[in-house]
Design a protein around this ligand. Structure first.
Ligand code: SF4
Ligand code: SF4
Length: 451
């Protein structure tokens, strides 16, 4: 029987009300892109080798890149067409170099189905099940990868995992693709959880869902009632509840060591889309060629959630759905997202939202913009920090070049880049941005020490 916990939350964070520009709870489909732009490196691990050459005809779903011996998963072609370029570029989210494949689409909507064993997946065995998830590219979605018998995760051994956490709470303004999927594809969500549990073996599954979604919560409890491995937890929908560090602490009361992926402590964290993608891969043979993203923000007259092919350039979506010229385009939500500065960048496997904000951004932020002023020592940045850090002390240390103090005394690396400190700061200091730069400097310095 599913064990239902009491209402849980965490220290710090912030609750955001539903803002104008928040997508409605209905799922639309974006048009197929004319060309797909696909970075071959995924959100973690190594970059796979290209399996296609310029001039090749490809079918949606066939691997564009794979390296079974490296820590990565195959990258399926998101559309059918012709590969017209394979070129060096940068990943739109982290700015690091990656090879990028460009496919001129031919407009065919189907995809090449994955090879799967006959019969129910419960009879396939864990290795065959893991292979289907791996071939689909689903294993690339969680941070650190989803462990299978293949090189898809930083966890060497799937048996080393004891907990599967499912994050079904979205709390960042405008970002609600997962919530829409819960409403529209609940069966696939529950089915996907069972598949992921089957692939991991003997694990406890803890699902955190917003307590404001009472109907979904009750339905989930009813569906998992007879599974003694399932725990359903109602959570306050406070941002950043879904961050790995925060979710692990809230659901398991365990700390994720700084700089470590959840797999290091025997935990895998997946979201709603990962569960649905697992279901589609195993039941329908569908590779990971689509994402559900929220298309919202203060500059969007008709905000919506859309199924979109991976690799679709942001410009195509703006053309299809834009109603007012936005001042700023952000990949992902307004607090954790990045402003790419170029609408030719694509939606990748890690993108959850496309946010368009008016300038000045209203009403989501009073703090992300405007002239900086001296700190007034209000302490708001300390109050909201979910990691119990002192953002202002870190900011001042980094601004003064006291890098070692920031690293060793003030725990710079524990910052999870949630952006809340910048958001609440009445002095409009770029706290989170400065901490992000500091962390980047630290990583580069360590890399230089190793090489
Ligand atoms: S960005 Fe970092 S320092 Fe700022 S509130 Fe979030 S975790 Fe704390
Ligand atoms: S929120 Fe801004 S003004 Fe307030 S203490 Fe932090 S840095 Fe200073």
């Amino acid at each position: 029987m599913a064990i239902v916990g009491t209402l849980k939350t965490f220290k710090g964070g912030r609750y955001f009300p539903k803002l104008p520009g928040t997508p409605r709870l209905r799922l639309d489909r974006a048009p197929l892109p004319r060309r797909a732009v696909v970075p071959l490196r995924q959100g973690f691990g190594d970059e796979p080798e290209p399996w296609v050459a310029v001039g090749d005809a490809v079918e949606a779903g066939q691997p564009l890149a794979r390296s079974d011996e490296k820590l990565c998963t195959p990258v399926p072609a998101p559309v059918s067409g012709e590969v017209v370029a394979l070129e060096e570029g940068v990943h739109p989210l982290d700015g690091r170099p990656t090879l990028i494949a460009v496919i001129e689409a031919d407009g065919r909507p189907g995809w090449r189905p994955l090879e799967r064993p006959e019969g129910s997946y419960t009879k396939w065995g864990r290795e065959a099940l893991g292979r289907v998830l791996y071939e689909a590219g689903v294993t690339a979605l969680p941070k650190g990868g989803f462990p299978t018998a293949f090189n898809s995760s930083v966890a060497d051994d799937p048996g080393a995992i004891s907990y599967l956490l499912i994050n079904a709470v979205e709390a960042e303004p405008y970002v609600r693709g997962d919530l829409v999927l819960l409403y529209e594809e609940f069966d696939a969500f529950v089915g996907g959880i069972k598949i992921l549990k089957e692939a991991l073996g003997n694990v406890e599954v803890h699902i955190g869902i917003g307590h404001d979604q009472a109907r979904l919560f009750e339905e989930l409890v009813a569906r998992l009632e007879y599974h003694d491995w399932a725990y359903v937890h109602p959570l306050l929908p406070k941002y950043p509840q879904g961050a790995d560090e925060v979710l692990i602490k809230t659901l398991l009361n365990r700390e994720l060591p700084v700089g470590q992926p959840p797999q290091a402590i025997g935990v895998v964290v997946c979201d709603v889309q990962t569960a649905v993608a697992a279901y589609e891969a195993v039941l329908d043979g569908k590779p990971l060629i689509e994402r559900v993203i929220a298309f919202g923000g203060s500059a969007v007259a008709h905000p919506r959630c859309v199924r979109v092919r991976v690799g679709t350039p942001v410009g195509d979506l703006l053309e299809a759905f834009k109603h007012e010229p936005p001042a700023r385009v952000i990949l992902n939500g307004p607090l954790r997202g990045v402003a790419p500065g170029d609408v030719e960048v694509p939606v990748t496997r890690e993108v959850r939202a496309l946010t368009l904000l008016k300038e000045p951004p209203a009403p989501v932020s009073t703090a992300l913009h405007g002239p900086e002023r001296p700190c007034i020592r209000c302490g708001d940045c300390l109050t909201v920090c979910p990691q119990n850090l002192s953002p202002i002390a870190l900011f001042e240390a980094l601004e003064a070049g006291r890098w070692r103090e920031a690293e060793r005394t003030l725990a710079l690396e524990a910052c999870i880049d949630c952006g809340l400190c910048s958001y609440v700061c009445p002095a409009k200091l770029p706290l989170a941005e400065t901490l992000r730069q500091g962390q980047r400097w630290l990583r580069e310095e360590r890399l230089q020490e190793v090489t």
